[in-house]
Write a protein that binds this ligand. Structure first.
Ligand SMILES: [Zn+2]
Length: 166
């Protein structure tokens, strides 16, 4: 039987650990990452994201289980954010498995992209061609493997299309 937690916040805390040296400094103070240790899934870029299984509480799929990304759940639970499918959760700490609410900010994809650029995390080495498909002189045609455009261009994280009411 799955363990019953008093609340979703308790469940997230119970399934994450603090690791020595993993964290960020916020307002001059050390703030450790809460690293998710339960179910996880790797996205196309090789980053692991925590998953949490929840049941729909209402609607057509009431009672059915589905997976939600933990960092999105953190925003819903700890910051009371209503996460529409267009909303993304951005890790300030760059630890994709982190679920410390202080390290995750919600916003539009545009805002998330800007944050990534500002942090220098967006890596777009367009050595084989730019986003319009134009190739540099002498570059071999290897862009077709990623569907015609560089995979690094896809910074959007994978996320469930339907979060339902949780
Ligand atoms: Zn963190």
């Amino acid at each position: 039987m799955p363990v019953k937690y008093p609340s979703m916040a308790d469940r997230i805390i119970a399934n994450s650990v603090l690791l020595d040296g993993i964290g960020i400094t916020q307002n001059g103070e050390w703030s450790p990452c809460w690293i998710w240790i339960a179910k996880r899934q790797m996205n196309k870029r090789g980053n692991w994201y925590g998953l949490i299984t929840v049941r729909y509480k209402s609607g057509k799929r009431k009672g059915k289980v589905h997976n939600v990304f933990v960092h999105r759940m953190v925003l819903m639970v700890f910051k009371n954010r209503r996460m529409t499918p267009r909303m993304v959760g951005c890790h300030l700490c760059n630890e994709s498995l982190c679920c410390n609410p202080a390290h995750i900010v919600g916003g539009s994809q545009k805002k998330n992209m800007r944050q990534c650029v500002n942090d220098g995390r967006l890596k777009t080495p367009f050595v084989k061609g730019n986003q319009y498909g134009a190739k540099k002189k002498g570059a071999k045609d290897s862009s077709t493997a990623s569907g015609g455009y560089p995979q690094n261009l896809l910074v959007r994280e994978d996320r469930p299309t339907d979060l339902g009411e949780t």
